[in-house]
Design a protein around this ligand. Structure first.
Ligand code: E4P
Length: 218
């Protein structure tokens, strides 16, 4: 499963990319609004740093506007993937952008039918938002399971990008279901590194080693 960071923060990206576990980035207008940099310049820097797919979202709500903005975003860097919200206009814009050779991530997907329609118009990625569904007492991972089943049934090449991830268990569940990608806040990726038994084990190995070295000296 590919691992993306869900962030617009360059420092988070620069700290995780050298580990070799990051395959791409997703941003959204809320995430970019938190950063002080010019959004287009920031997206360019992100692309240069990660050298993998970087989702950048349109803010227009009409199809013509989405296509116009999508082309501008795609012009920033070849790694840019244009994110469009799942609406009737988003679906229309997706088809037009795909026809122009631009990769599209259809976002704000909350039902299998939305994912099916996004796949039919050639989206490279669909983003089911699991955390926001969990927040309203609906099992977000059931949506991921159903989308994977549908895409497998018809061999859609669209990749399932699990989004709105809140904790490491979401990542495990996404991987067990065979999702193509999981995009996580940096804090979730940091949490994935931690296990108290690893810390305790390492401390003991180092202590034992040091004890043996001291004993060898006398
Ligand atoms: C995905 O592409 C979105 O940017 C993101 O995962 C939304 O997550 P949230 O529900 O935590 O805002």
């Amino acid at each position: 499963m590919k691992l993306f960071i869900d962030t617009g923060n360059l420092r988070e990206i620069e700290s995780l990319v050298p580990l070799g576990i990051i395959d791409g980035i997703t941003t959204n207008p809320s995430l970019l609004a938190k950063e002080s940099a010019d959004p287009h310049a920031l997206l360019k820097q992100i692309c240069t740093t990660v050298r993998g797919p970087v989702s950048a979202e349109v803010v227009a709500t009409d199809a013509d506007g989405m296509v116009r903005e999508g082309k501008e975003l795609a012009g920033i860097d070849p790694y840019i993937v244009v994110k469009v919200p799942f609406t009737r206009d988003g679906v229309k814009a997706c088809r037009r952008l795909v026809d122009e050779g631009i990769r599209v991530n259809v976002t704000l997907v909350f039902s299998p039918n939305q994912a099916l329609m996004a796949a039919k118009v050639g989206a490279s990625y669909v983003s089911p938002f699991v955390g926001r569904l969990d927040d309203i007492s609906t099992a977000g991972m059931d949506l991921v399971k159903h989308i994977i089943e549908i895409f497998d049934n018809y061999e859609f090449p669209t990749e399932v990008l699990v989004a709105s991830v809140r904790h490491p268990i979401h990542v495990v569940e996404a991987a067990r279901l065979g999702a193509d990608i999981c995009t996580c806040p940096a804090a979730v990726i940091e949490a994935m590194f931690k296990h108290p038994l690893t810390d305790i084990g390492l401390e003991k190995f180092l202590k034992d080693w040091e004890k043996a070295r001291q004993a060898a000296k006398v």
